[in-house]
Design a binder for this molecule. Sequence first.
Ligand SMILES: Cc1cc2nc3c(=O)[nH]c(=O)nc-3n(C[C@H](O)[C@H](O)[C@H](O)COP(=O)(O)O)c2cc1C
Length: 217
Amino acid sequence: MKVSDAVLSRSSVRAFKKTPIQNSVLQELLEKSARSPSGGNLQPWKIYVINGPSMKTFLDFQSTWSEPESPAYDIYPPKLKEPYRTSRYELGEQMYKLLGIARDDKEGRLAQVMQNFKFFGAPAAILCFVDRQMGPPQWSDLGMFLQTFMLLAQEYGIDTCAQEAWSMKNDSVSAFVDADENDILFCGLALGHRDENAKINKLSSERRPLDQWAKFL
Ligand SMILES: Cc1cc2nc3c(=O)[nH]c(=O)nc-3n(C[C@H](O)[C@H](O)[C@H](O)COP(=O)(O)O)c2cc1C
């Protein structure tokens, strides 16, 4: 598969089939993803894999979670500026329209958000941590690692959805994986094979035009 094809065919998948994924495949994907560049070659990513039986244990473990938890970090700035605010709003509207969930259907919208915490039915997932000592440069390294992982997954016919939503469950997830107390959960990433019949997977996210964010000098 050409890199361009991997880039163009990847999209966030939010409904998965149960088809299992071998740990050996995930190991290969992780080893290749570690070829991602990182400033000073720090390789600041820390990954926990949940797959098959450990996914079941993880989902069962959720019944012990207390609500609410303090989020690991603010997913978005409190007063999101334009044009970011509109992009975020439009994505949400597009998603709920596809699902036939009305604007005032708060319960329906919340139920969809809560699907995050089931990994959208995916059989496998990775949880990505980073040491709290690290700052924006290393968090950006983690992003590069994740994009490499997601593109390689495309090559292997595996779909993905990165999930910052997990930052809201930092404490519970950290307890489950027995994370180092210095580490913070950046995100989860659901892994599996897309359910082609699920409406949500028809979502095709927009991009702002190039002249709005790039300037050729
Ligand atoms: C770091 C990161 C975290 C994300 N967190 C979530 C999430 O918690 N839940 C979700 O449904 N989508 C999440 N997404 C998916 C984005 O909404 C998605 O990438 C964006 O809308 C563009 O759509 P596309 O991935 O289909 O191209 C996340 C994406 C990234 C890169």
